[in-house]
Design a protein around this ligand. Structure first.
Ligand SMILES: C[S@@+](CC[C@H](N)C(=O)[O-])C[C@H]1O[C@@H](n2cnc3c(N)ncnc32)[C@H](O)[C@@H]1O
Length: 202
């Protein structure tokens, strides 16, 4: 197993044991997913991917946004997260696939909107992985990087200090996105949510 595969395996192991009670850990976070989807506003009838969907907290809101004619895909590296998503009935509103955001099982420019909650800091190669998300997104498509609490609140949850090299700090995120096929259009980092919106550059 090479270093990259070993890192993915560590991530999978980390989330596998947390899948069963993932949504009980911070239950107040739940409603904020629907608010983020409203801000992202995927078009009715469009194709939306929840990248690193976990137990699928955003999937019902994504389905509501795109409607019956739309397509909702949820992809996650950790089978146990998707099994929990199915237990919670999220497989009724989305197609769930085990997969790596670094190598998505999708063609070029097939997705209109990508929603990614809590994902980016777990990616082994953020620039390459964001470029892979750009590859599967049509020009003009949109990306939301979301977390139900802001950077400072998340650091406090994990008992660590916020450092300037934080990937999601605006001065770091903007060039990271620009180098990966995205243009940052909106950036919000407050206690009750982190939401960065970007557009796919042609
Ligand atoms: C912090 S959890 C967030 C889950 C869900 N989006 C939520 O907000 O509840 C991060 C998720 O990303 C998944 N993940 C991490 N690296 C991934 C990768 N390279 N490809 C796909 N999923 C990945 C993990 O398995 C985990 O389910």
């Amino acid at each position: 197993m090479d270093d990259h595969q070993a890192e993915l395996a560590r991530t999978r192991d980390f989330f596998a044991v947390r899948a069963a009670d993932w949504e009980e850990r911070f239950p107040d976070d739940g409603p904020r997913y629907a608010q983020a989807v409203v801000a992202l506003a995927p078009a009715p009838g469009s194709v939306v991917l929840d990248a690193g969907c976990g137990t699928g907290r955003a999937l019902p809101a994504l389905r509501e946004a795109v409607g019956e004619r739309g397509t909702v895909l949820g992809i996650d590296l950790t089978p146990e997260m998707l099994q929990q998503a199915a237990r919670l009935g999220r497989d009724a509103v989305a197609t769930l696939l085990v997969g790596d955001c670094g190598r998505l099982p999708l063609g070029d420019r097939v997705v209109d909107t990508v929603f990614a909650a809590g994902l980016i800091t777990h990616l082994p190669e953020p620039a390459a992985n964001l470029a892979e998300l750009a590859r599967i997104t049509r020009p003009g498509g949109r990306l939301a990087l979301f977390h139900p609490v802001g950077r400072a609140a998340l650091a406090a949850r994990h008992g660590r200090a916020l450092t300037p090299d934080d990937l999601r700090a605006e001065p770091n995120l903007r060039p990271l996105l620009a180098g990966s096929g995205w243009r940052l259009t909106d950036y919000l980092d407050q206690d009750d949510r982190f939401l960065a919106l970007a557009g796919r550059v042609d």
